[in-house]
Design a binder for this molecule. Structure first.
Ligand code: F6R
Length: 608
């Protein structure tokens, strides 16, 4: 969501802060700002809009200083204008704060501070923190931050500087990710490792309730009682090339085209051919424990929720264990039937989604064992779950999730294979799945090699105002995902439905202007979906079909067709989703939309 970066060391801070903010821009981006110690005091520059606007402001009036903090904002309290952009400063101008998260008792604190003479100039909850730290300040910044945070309710990742206790950054975390980057004679703080990866790979992740006091020479991690905590240093093995566009017009396109490798990376070293099963080192479960669960609950949000739906079908079909899929945001406020015989699988690309994290904590509280299927190594869900499977898709920068989705499905397949082979899946059937999985990277590549065909289809439909996506069985979640991709980056209204449900309502929408995307490969429900295609055509709808072979039954009923390679039904979602990602991408580009940073969206939704 919002992004934080901070620097303390011998170098001029602003170029490093701007560079870090640009790398964070994908997380949230309606305004940005920096605050730097300029020798005389804290100087703050902020601007609405893209980082480039802030950069231009700084170019015309540079700030010279070697300690600073920066922020890119995704508005929660108050409109995304220059005033509400972070950093926010205390009334006396000595303290600057950047903040991710939401202060729930901001109004109460504001009233209290107003009573003591503080004047508020922004609509944000963050300004409260800045004034509160000033109110508590007695010469030592970390002491003031501790005292302030004891009064704060809500979630935060903050970084604070002071012109009185200068040359240090104090950072604190509760519910919003933060880490310290360790360099030679210099240190960083950041909400996301990509902000500092150009400078260091050694990081210390803060956990909730922890603070970092960072200066040029070192760092200390303490809790809110000022007690020192010893933490492990983690090594990040992503390289910089992975977070750059590498010749592609957009990150999203790069990430779509990476899928032959990312799908392979998810499987790498984990398939046991001779036993037709998988080896998953991070589950932290013995085979006996894995067999002991009565039911499985999968919880996630957005695209990850779509992969969860595919996981449900996979596990129930192959392993015959009952599975329920829940939106994390709903799960956490229900009274779900979850106990110590429940396995709760939590799926999240970022590993930081607030609702998903809260759902996982709720499941744990009820005694369930938790497994995280996560991309970002070291993220909160990865660290707090009892075990898990890293999908190893590499950094996903485009806001619309693509490669993480296909890798999540592969991770779910690996898990299902393991569980199903422990139960009663035969070697032969297991081996068929393994062989099918091994063929996926090459098959995805075949689809990508024909991206131009999808671009041509996009050209035909780029002006449409609505789309319907229909699929059945394993491809119903693919229809949901295709519709989500299109709406989030092109702003065209799109809905996904199980194809047969169409006649219970959505069929009323079909006329000669309505494009209907059928995900109709040759699988066990193909004959069923054929009748749905006929129903649409009878109402003059315009049919785009994702098929996998020549289908006499569809002759004359399809306006545009894209053929994907054949595979097992249960592997089809991985192949079928790729042309739909491309379709969304090309339509959005043709409509002039900002594909990597769609309006109102953020990559990692760290507020409820
Ligand atoms: C859609 C998209 C979102 C995320 C959702 C969950 O393209 O990216 O719907 O899937 O916000 O995010 P994670 O997987 O990080 O928990």
């Amino acid at each position: 969501m919002c992004g934080i970066v901070g620097y303390v060391g011998p170098r001029v801070a602003t170029p490093l802060l701007i560079e870090g903010l640009k790398r964070l821009e994908y997380r949230g981006y309606d305004s940005a700002g920096v605050a730097v110690m300029n020798g005389a005091g804290v100087e703050t520059v902020k601007e609405s809009g893209k980082i480039a606007r802030l950069e231009a402001l700084l170019a015309s009036a540079p700030i010279h200083g070697t300690t600073g903090i920066g922020h890119t904002r995704w508005a929660t309290h108050g409109p995304p204008n220059q005033t509400n952009a972070h950093p926010h400063t205390s009334q006396d101008g000595t303290i600057a704060v950047v903040h991710n998260g939401i202060i729930e008792n901001a109004n109460v604190l504001k009233k209290m501070l107003e009573g003591r003479g503080y004047k508020f100039t922004t609509d944000t909850d963050t300004e409260v923190i800045a004034h509160l730290i000033q109110e508590c300040f007695d010469g030592v910044l970390e002491d003031a931050v501790i005292e302030a945070l004891w009064q704060v309710e809500g979630t935060y990742g903050i970084a604070v500087i002071s012109s009185v206790d200068s040359h240090k950054i104090v950072a604190a975390r509760k519910g919003s990710p933060l880490l310290v980057g360790l360099g030679e004679d210099e240190h960083f703080v950041a909400s996301d490792v990509s902000a500092i990866l150009a400078h260091t790979r050694q990081v210390v992740y803060l956990d909730d309730g922890e603070m970092a006091v960072v200066d040029r020479n070192g760092y200390r991690i303490i809790d809110l009682n000022a007690t020192e905590i010893s933490k492990k240093v983690a090594h990040i093995d992503w390289d910089l090339g992975q977070i750059e566009r590498g010749g592609f017009a957009h990150f999203m396109l790069k990430e779509i085209f990476e899928q032959p490798q990312t799908v392979e990376n998810t499987m790498r070293g984990r398939l046991l051919l001779d036993e037709a099963t998988s080896k998953l080192g991070g589950l932290n479960l013995t085979d006996e424990e894995l067999l002991s669960f009565n039911n499985i609950v999968i919880t996630a949000c957005g695209t990850s929720w779509h992969s969860a739906l595919i996981g449900e079908s996979l596990i129930e079909e192959l392993a015959r264990v009952p599975v329920e899929v829940e939106y994390a945001s709903e799960f956490r406020y229900r009274n779900p039937i979850v106990d110590e015989r429940t396995l709760c699988i939590v799926i999240s690309q970022s590993g930081e989604t607030a609702d998903t994290l809260a759902a996982m904590r709720e499941a744990k509280r009820r005694g369930a064992r938790t497994l995280g299927i996560v991309n970002v190594v070291g993220s909160t869900i990865a660290r707090e779950s009892d075990g898990g499977i890293y999908i190893h898709a590499g950094p996903e920068i485009g806001v619309a999730s693509t490669k993480a989705f296909t890798s999540q499905v592969v991770a779910l397949l690996l898990f299902t294979l393991k569980l199903a082979r422990l139960r009663d899946l035969s070697y032969l059937r297991g081996r068929e799945v393994v062989d099918g999985m091994l063929a996926l990277p090459g098959q995805i590549q075949q689809i990508l090699d024909r991206a131009q065909e999808i671009e041509n289809i996009a050209e035909e439909f780029k002006r449409a105002s609505n789309f319907l996506y229909l699929g059945r069985g394993y491809n119903f979640p693919v229809a949901l995902e295709g519709a989500l991709k299109l709406k989030e980056i092109s702003y065209i209204h799109a809905e996904g439905y199980p194809a047969a449900e169409m006649k219970h309502g959505p069929i009323a929408l079909i006329d000669d202007l309505m494009p209907v995307v059928f995900v109709a490969p040759h699988d066990s429900v193909f004959d069923k979906i054929t009748s749905n295609v006929h129903e649409v055509k009878a109402r003059k709808g315009r049919v785009i079909a994702i098929t996998s072979r020549e289908e006499p039954a569809l002759e004359g009923k399809i306006d545009y067709e894209f053929r994907i390679p054949e595979t097992m039904d249960l592997l089809m979602p991985i192949l079928a989703s790729v042309p739909l990602q491309l379709l969304a991408y090309y339509v959005a580009v043709m409509r002039g939309a900002n594909v990597d940073q769609p309006r109102n969206l953020a990559k990692s939704v760290t507020v409820e």
